[in-house]
Design a protein around this ligand. Structure first.
Ligand code: S3P
Length: 168
């Protein structure tokens, strides 16, 4: 069976929804950020701080390449994984891409109190958030096989995804 790949902006619930979905479908759950942390033995925010975004993106591409031939798993990607075409190609190789879509103001409210998002570690995080969102929104829409509104409770989002009966 094809993998289910969750994409979307920071705060859309990829990891939480992915974990729950995997449980319900009795599939293995993979979080690309967690794999990067395991592989590099560093926290994402430290990778950004010490070696920068380009090195992080490289590690992200390597991890995504490593899992491209997996089968029957649920994958939650970091929000920027879709920025490189080769990542998208790997994710689509054996995966159905689901975009968890939500209004940016809802997403910003979800992430504004955490310090886990290195891209928002600037003097004007809100401005930065909207700026990145506007660059990315189109990419998510374009690469998605399925778009799921993700503004409600995450349990409901899981139910919605299950209702698609993805079973190829
Ligand atoms: C990023 C999102 C993060 C993480 C990294 C970069 C991005 O993951 O991969 O901080 O570029 O949007 P989440 O989407 O899980 O926050």
């Amino acid at each position: 069976m094809k993998n289910i790949v969750l994409v979307g902006f920071m705060g859309c619930g990829k990891s939480t929804v992915g974990k729950k979905l995997a449980q319900k479908l009795k599939r293995k759950f993979i979080d690309t950020d967690a794999l990067i942390e395991e592989k590099t033995r560093k926290r994402i925010k430290d990778i950004f701080k010490r070696i920068g975004e380009t090195a992080f993106r490289q590690a992200e591409t390597e991890v995504i390449k490593e899992i491209e031939d997996f089968d029957n798993v649920v994958i939650a990607c970091g929000g920027g994984a879709v920025l490189r075409n080769r990542n998208v190609k790997s994710l689509k190789k054996n995966g159905i891409i689901i975009y968890l879509k939500a209004d940016p103001s809802i997403l910003f409210n979800r992430v504004k109190h955490t310090n886990k998002r290195p891209l928002l570690n600037t003097r004007h995080p809100e401005e930065q958030f909207y700026k990145i969102f506007s660059k990315r929104a189109e990419i998510y829409e374009n690469i998605a096989d399925i778009i799921v509104e993700a503004e409600e409770e995450l349990d409901k989002v899981v139910e919605k995804i299950l209702s698609f009966q993805i079973s190829q």
